[in-house]
Design a protein around this ligand. Structure first.
Ligand code: AHG
Ligand code: MN
Ligand code: MN
Ligand code: MN
Length: 336
């Protein structure tokens, strides 16, 4: 499509060829874009509008919420529930799925989201983002149950994220490639800036939280040790390391210049009863769909993320994603 076209025009055009398309999906993406623009506005204003710092609350995962975690979640609900595009919404910041008020018209989609990813970075003015995953709702459902949401990642009809960085960029896949839209703040539109994004195959950059090294499993330790050995080691080249601590920013870097991102399971997490740190339904699945659509791979080390059968909304999983050859290498180490 024409570079510079608006996100709305882009989705209208994409839906044109689809039989029975009612405009609901276009409307839904527009709702998400509205929420993202409102979040971007607050992220940009920061202290000027008093939105930085901690809220007085914890979420269901036992994390201390930031004010902007809570506000972003409310903005998502507000933008999505009134327009008849969704039947229900789930989020990192809500214990259970959000049921729409009775008077709201229902639509045939379900949305799962991480309203503010990387929220530990918000107070230090480093990139954060919003991640979303879109599923089809069962026909005619008014009050969807958890079971309606618990579909494997392969069932996603679309996934995306909005990165609030130096520029605000919305990245979207509807299952036929990945497109990027940059927000023009002057007139408040997301404009198509890149299409058919492909993750570069050749890479020498890895992202992992090294402070967890002593807890890692042998396959992860082995892979990173080989990267660290550099030119003199068996990989025969030097690797660089990055860790932003906002998954959105890491995935965006990988889409742009390649690399591998890992938040593996480890002994410390499993001692706390957690299979990983990141959440399957609104972090791992949407990012895995985007990465695969850009030619990369995403696994837990043992299984393709998109094929996992989810057990609960807030389920955590190990995540290894990025340039295909690197992800396959780490995954093969898990099999040995
Ligand atoms: P969230 O802010 O939505 O809770 O997610 C934070 C995640 C993810 O974005 C990032 O990759 C990871 O947590 C960072 O973890 P560490 O603080 O362990 O580095
Ligand atoms: Mn959180
Ligand atoms: Mn997150
Ligand atoms: Mn979050």
């Amino acid at each position: 499509m024409r570079i510079g076209t608006t996100l709305t025009n882009y989705t209208i055009n994409k839906q044109k060829g689809i039989q029975g398309a009612s405009g609901t999906f276009t409307g839904l993406l527009n709702d998400i874009a509205v929420a993202c623009k409102r979040i971007a506005d607050l992220v940009n204003k920061g202290d000027l509008v008093g939105v930085l710092g901690a809220a007085e609350s914890e979420n269901v995962q036992g994390e201390q919420q930031k004010k902007l975690d809570v506000i972003s979640n409310e903005l998502m609900i507000e933008a999505l529930q009134h327009n008849g595009h969704i039947a229900g919404l789930a989020s990192e910041e809500m214990d259970d799925i959000h049921q729409l008020p009775d008077h709201c018209q229902r639509g045939n989609y379900l949305v799962l989201c991480d309203p503010l990813d990387g929220s530990s970075n918000i107070d230090v003015n480093v990139s954060v983002g919003t991640i979303f995953s879109i599923l089809k709702a069962p026909d005619g459902v008014r009050n969807p149950t958890q079971a309606d949401f618990l579909k494997p990642g392969t069932a996603q009809v679309a996934a995306g994220y909005c990165l609030y960085g130096p520029a605000t960029i919305l990245v979207l896949t509807t299952g036929d490639g990945v497109s990027m839209f940059t927000l023009n703040r002057d007139f408040g539109e997301f404009l198509l800036t890149r299409e058919n994004v492909r993750i570069p195959e050749e890479t020498a950059e890895f992202a992992i939280n090294m402070s967890n090294r002593r807890h890692w499993e042998p396959p992860v330790e082995r892979y990173i040790a080989e990267c660290l050995a550099g030119k003199e080691g068996q990989r025969g080249k030097d690797f660089n390391m990055r860790w932003v601590a906002s998954m959105v920013a890491e995935v965006h870097r990988i889409l742009t210049r390649g690399g591998i991102f890992m938040y593996p399971g480890d002994a410390k997490l499993s001692a706390a009863g957690k299979a990983g740190k990141l959440r399957l339904m609104y972090e791992a699945n949407p990012m895995a769909m985007i990465v695969e659509q850009a030619g990369g791979a995403a696994t837990t080390g043992r299984q393709r993320i998109l094929e996992l059968e989810p057990q609960e909304i807030h389920q955590r999983v190990p995540v290894i994603l990025g340039s295909r050859a690197e992800v396959e290498r780490v995954t093969s180490y898990h099999g040995e």
